[in-house]
Structures are given as C-alpha cells and as structure tokens.
Design a protein around this ligand. Structure first.
Ligand SMILES: NC(=O)C1=CN([C@@H]2O[C@H](COP(=O)(O)OP(=O)(O)OC[C@H]3O[C@@H](n4cnc5c(N)ncnc54)[C@H](O)[C@@H]3O)[C@@H](O)[C@H]2O)C=CC1
Ligand SMILES: O=C(O)CCC(=O)C(=O)O
Length: 410
C-alpha cells in the first residue's frame, strides 16, 4: 500500500494543465492520487489564480506562467511539475522563497528536439518550405537553385547542452562539420569544435541552431546585428525559446534575402491553446518553416515526461524525496515504516537546525532518523519520530523563525 501523507490522498488536489500526457494521470492514480483536475490548455492569469488557490500540486508545460503574483496566491501548493525541460515559465526565486519544490524532465524530449532539428536542417537547406508553399498555391518550383546537401556544410550550435551535444553527433553522421559556442567550456563530441565567440560561429556557419535556456543573458541574443553577421544565404533554426531571437529583425532578413531560410518552433508570444490564433511577423514568409512549439511533442517523449514528472511529484508527496528538483536541496530518502516523518523547509540562515533540535530536546521527543540538506537559499530538514509525537513536534517547529513550509507524513 502506498504511504499516507499529511492529508488523505483523495484530499490532495492536483491541477494538470496544457494537456500533459495521460501517463501522468495514470501514474498518479496508481499511487492513490485521484483528485486530479485535467485541462487541455493553459489558463489566463485570473483563472489560474482562482484554480491554484486550492491546489497542492500543479503540472504545467511551457505556456503557463507561474509568476510570483500567482504563486503568492497558492497557499497550499507543495510542488510544481514542469512536464518539459524548460523552467523559465516559473518564477523559480519566488517558488524557492515560498518553499515550493519544482521538478521537470530534463532529458525526456532531448532526442525529439534533436531529430526535428536534423529534419529542419535538411528541409531548409533544400528550400523545401518555399517549394511546398508554392505547390499549395498551384505553382511548380522545380529548380536546384538555392538547394544544397547537408553533407559538408557547417552547423553552428549555440548552447552545447543535452540537446546541442546530441544534435552534434547526429549532424556529423550526416557528414556535416560541427562547431559550437557555449558559455562553458564543453567536451566536444566526435570532431565538433568549440569556438570562442558567438560572432565567430555566426561568421562560419551555414546553419545556425539555438539551444540555450531562456535567461536574462540569452534574451534577444540573436538581434539585427547578429543576423547581419550571419553568412549570406545562411539559415537560422530556433527551437529554444521565442525571446532568444528578435523576430521582427528575422522577418526583415528573410524578406531581404540575406538569410535563405529559417525554421522557428518557439515565439515571443504563443497561443494559449489550439483554438487561439497564432500571430507572428513570420506568417506569410514562404522560406520560414513555422511549427507550433512541438520540438518535444512526440508520443515517446510526452509519455516518458508524463511518467517521469508525475513520479517525482508523487514520491515527493509520499516520502519527501527531492532528487533532481530544480530549486530544492536534493535528498533521496528511505521509507519510514512505523514512524511519522516531519518535513521542514526553511530559509538557509544559521541556527535553524539548532532550534529544531532544541524543540525535540525540550519536549523529550526521540528522533529515529534525521536528514539535512541545504542549498544557497533553502534548508530542508527531514525528521522521523514516533507517531505519538508528530503533532506536537509539527506544532512547535512550525513556529521557528525562518520556517517556510512544514508538513508531516504519516
Ligand atoms: N522547442 C521545444 O519543444 C523544446 C525546447 N527546449 C528548450 O531548449 C533549451 C535547451 O535545452 P537543453 O539542451 O536540454 O538544456 P541544457 O541546459 O542541457 O543546455 C543548455 C546549454 O546552453 C548553454 N548556455 C547558456 N547560456 C548560454 C549563452 N548565453 N550562450 C551560449 N550558451 C549558453 C549552457 O551552458 C548549456 O550548455 C531548454 O532550456 C528549453 O528552453 C527544450 C526542449 C523542448
Ligand atoms: O512540450 C512543451 O510544452 C514544451 C517543450 C519545451 O519547450 C521544453 O521541454 O522546454
């Protein structure tokens, strides 16, 4: 039988947005979590605030914005599951300050994105987006002009992380020369070569592909200047985040012919769901291959993500384990048969562990096991105690200054 938590499991409310895969619902149900509200789209802020007010867990993809304002109105929220790689849609600092754990699936859709980029590299080098559009209008663009093999061309990867490095190996298998730029010195796979600057990469690459996270330092990293520095006839691919590229400047260089093509999966503003209109300055530009943020949307990836993130949420709820959390100190905890488990999340300031232990000493409560892990901001203390003492201990440790959240697992 699954362990009980501080609430009956059917009282634990889970809000799943953006059509996360059914596998998530199945995993949660198999662990006893059936109080799930499932929506196919993201929600506008006012509706999100209304729904999150009662939620203990929320599952989102890339569209839902969990801002500080939203999180401050989620008094019961224990954890957030990002059913994707990126976590830029969550105000991580606010989540941390509020003691809310954040989980994601850091590798589950890596392969899907890399495969899409390989396909787009070939399609854009052949001018297929434009030829396809012309055919749809009844035209016939049978010509080799502007069509190239991928073999022998230079692929410039910006961000050599999980996706960038996987892509590197696949592109070399096609006979491409691979260069990459990353802010960190990375071990190049195969014959790939790290270059020293973005400008160096832009000057050499026939195809530039972006795989950086959304950060203040990556916002608009490809603007008009960088686009001008790309080789005439080069191609830009973006499946990272929409804020990384100045989309108006990109529309200009596609119209002017400086770039031969682009494939764009992510946009500064994306529709909330499939019913909303997609608006972009790239609409109507034939040599721009546009996709609706589906880099990670394959059946394989979505099913795996559903399982991975739902398991992380359920395990955290069941026994307090935070392994691979994005913002919490990581603790892999054993089971706690026969004892109650107190979870105490606090600001990482001196003296909290001492204050907690003082409570146990003052009240003569025996500790069966204790775990402590901290990161820069948070301290996470887990204490197993005899069942009869857990209510008293919870009451006392809740009042310790610097406490953010505190709960007991039965
Ligand atoms: N289109 C889609 O559906 C998907 C999009 N993504 C996006 O792709 C991004 C990358 O994913 P992963 O490769 O898994 O991330 P990762 O964290 O493994 O790699 C990112 C790399 O970018 C580098 N980097 C950071 N700032 C940089 C800068 N200013 N210049 C150059 N390099 C920089 C990092 O050092 C790291 O090596 C995610 O953060 C997400 O936003 C991820 C999955 C699906
Ligand atoms: O599938 C999604 O909704 C988002 C995919 C993505 O961008 C990510 O994993 O970071």
């Amino acid at each position: 039988m699954a362990p009980q938590t501080s609430l009956q499991k059917d009282k634990i409310r889970i809000l799943l947005l953006e059509g996360v895969h059914q596998s998530a619902v199945d995993v949660l149900a198999s662990r006893g979590y059936t109080n799930v509200e499932y929506l196919k789209t993201s929600l506008p802020e006012d509706e999100l605030i209304e729904k999150i007010a009662d939620a203990h867990f929320i599952g989102i993809r890339s569209r839902t914005q969990l801002t500080r304002k939203v999180l401050e109105q989620a008094p019961k929220l224990i954890a957030i599951g990002c059913f994707c790689i990126g976590t830029n849609q969550v105000d991580l600092q606010a989540a941390t300050e509020l003691g809310i754990a954040v989980f994601n699936a850091p590798y589950s859709n890596t392969r899907s994105v890399a495969e899409l980029i390989i396909a787009e590299t070939i399609l854009t080098l052949r001018g297929i987006p434009e030829k396809n559009a012309v055919c749809h209008r009844g035209g016939w663009l049978k010509s080799a002009k502007g069509s190239f093999e991928a073999r022998g061309k230079t692929l410039g990867i910006v961000g050599y992380g999980a996706i960038g490095s996987q892509l590197s190996v696949m592109a070399e298998a096609l006979g491409m020369r691979v260069i990459f730029f990353d802010v960190i010195t990375k071990l190049p796979l195969g014959n790939a070569m790290q270059v020293n600057s973005l400008d160096e990469l832009l000057a050499q690459a026939d195809v530039v592909t972006l795989h950086v996270p959304e950060l203040p330092s990556t916002r608009m990293m490809i603007g008009a200047e960088q686009l001008e520095r790309m080789k005439p006839g080069a191609i830009l691919l973006n499946a990272s985040r929409g804020t990384v590229v100045d989309i108006d400047a990109l529309a200009e260089v596609l119209k002017s012919g400086h770039l031969a093509g682009a494939a764009i999966d992510v946009f500064p503003v994306e529709p909330r769901g499939n019913e909303d209109e997609f608006q972009s300055p790239l609409r109507g530009i034939d040599n721009a291959l546009l996709t609706p943020h589906i880099g990670g949307s394959t059946m394989e990836a979505q099913e795996n993500i559903g399982i991975e993130v739902a398991e992380k949420l359920a395990i955290y709820s069941d026994n307090g384990t935070t392994t691979s959390s994005v913002n919490f100190p990581e603790v892999a905890l054993p089971g706690h048969p026969g004892v109650h488990r107190l979870l105490h999340i606090h600001k990482n300031v001196p003296g909290v562990l001492g204050a907690i232990n003082q409570v146990f000493s003052d009240n003569a409560i025996n500790i069966s096991a204790q775990f402590l892990q901290t990161n820069e901001t948070l301290g996470y203390v887990v204490i197993d105690v005899d069942a009869e003492y857990s209510d008293l201990a919870l009451e006392k440790i809740k009042d310790i200054p610097a406490t953010l959240r505190c709960r007991v697992l039965f």
